[in-house]
Design a protein around this ligand. Structure first.
Ligand code: CP
Ligand code: NVA
Length: 312
């Protein structure tokens, strides 16, 4: 495993597979009271710099550290001298002398890359405008847990070509998954990432397809996945986006196109009535809360992988 976790693109398939098995192991251990003493991250500290809001990422990493015997420091960027202009390269080097790893949630992806470059300790991408790797690693674990496999499943992502869609593209290319993305014209995933992943072979096999028709993407899908239409930082575009994304909602009619045992997923937070209906989010095919729960185990597995690989 490399020093940092910035993108699924940088991980080896073996690293991802081992994160899945460690996540399953950690989930099982949680049910056993005697495993409360399992503390492989004792005396380890994770600094968590947040420039955007977070419920799941913050709490899963914070509680995750605590349960494994370590601790986490929640740092709002504006409370750090960084907020008053202290250079990132200085912050990275200072943190390297105090803590064992840093989790960062910010806007520009380059910021986490720069931090990783100058920090001597592991840096974890807790979401940037471009990518959200920890989410998709956890989501693949959830799919594997529910379906017993990842291969030969049709994953349909309906909606905005945002950080979640971009991360799915890297995941699909890396893990050889069958992915359809349906988004309105002008809201496609990152052009550079599309260019990177769409090898002639992937295009030829239709292993990854990017289209504009949600029905085509949803047809016979095993997984229907969506995310908000306006991500953090795009609040001002919200009204325009609601108009532009009309027809891209996961609702009962779209679910009818999918397989009967389709699993409905959403990284959350959800905007009911926009990208997904209340009925679809709360319906019998929805696994969104199990999906959110698994963030805890997947994030713990990532922490162990970076800080105490031999612990399990
Ligand atoms: N899905 C996710 O990352 O949620 P938060 O923004 O609450 O961390
Ligand atoms: N695309 C969303 C994901 C939130 C977890 C955002 O960036 O706001």
């Amino acid at each position: 495993m490399r020093k940092d976790l910035l993108s699924i693109k940088d991980l080896d398939i073996e690293d991802i597979e081992s994160i899945f098995s460690m996540s399953a192991d950690l989930k099982q251990r949680r049910q056993k009271p005697q495993d409360a003493l399992f503390a492989p991250l004792q005396r380890k500290t994770l600094a968590m710099i947040f420039q955007k809001a977070s419920t799941r990422t913050r709490i899963s990493f914070e509680v995750g550290m605590y349960q494994l015997g370590g601790r986490a420091l929640y740092l709002d960027k504006n409370d750090l001298q960084m907020g008053r202009g202290e250079p990132l390269v200085d912050t990275a080097r200072i943190l390297s002398r105090y803590v064992d790893a840093v989790l960062v949630r910010t806007y520009q992806h380059k910021e986490v890359e720069d931090l990783a470059k100058f920090a001597a300790i592991p840096v974890i991408n807790g979401l940037t405008d471009k990518l959200h790797p920890c989410q998709i690693i956890s989501d693949m674990f959830t799919i594997k847990e529910k379906k017993g496999r990842l291969k030969n499943l049709k994953i349909a992502y309906i909606g905005d070509g945002n950080n979640i869609a971009n991360s799915w593209l890297y995941a699909a290319a890396k893990m050889n998954l069958h992915l359809w993305i349906a988004c309105p014209l002008g809201y496609e995933p990152d052009r550079g990432i599309i260019k990177e992943v769409m090898s002639p072979e992937i295009v030829e096999k239709k292993q990854i397809v990017i289209c504009q028709d949600p029905k085509e993407a949803a047809y016979q899908a095993d997984i229907m996945y969506t995310d908000v239409w306006a991500s953090m930082g795009q609040e001002e575009e919200q009204k325009k986006r609601i108009r532009d994304f009309a027809g891209y909602q996961i609702d009962e009619a779209l679910l009818q196109k999918a397989r009967e045992d389709v699993l409905v997923m959403h990284c959350l937070p959800a905007h009911r009535g926009e990208e997904i209906t209340e009925a679809a989010l709360e319906g019998k095919n929805s696994i969104v809360f199990d999906q959110a729960e698994n963030r805890l185990y997947a994030q713990q597995a990532i922490l162990l992988k970076l800080l105490a690989e031999d612990a399990l």
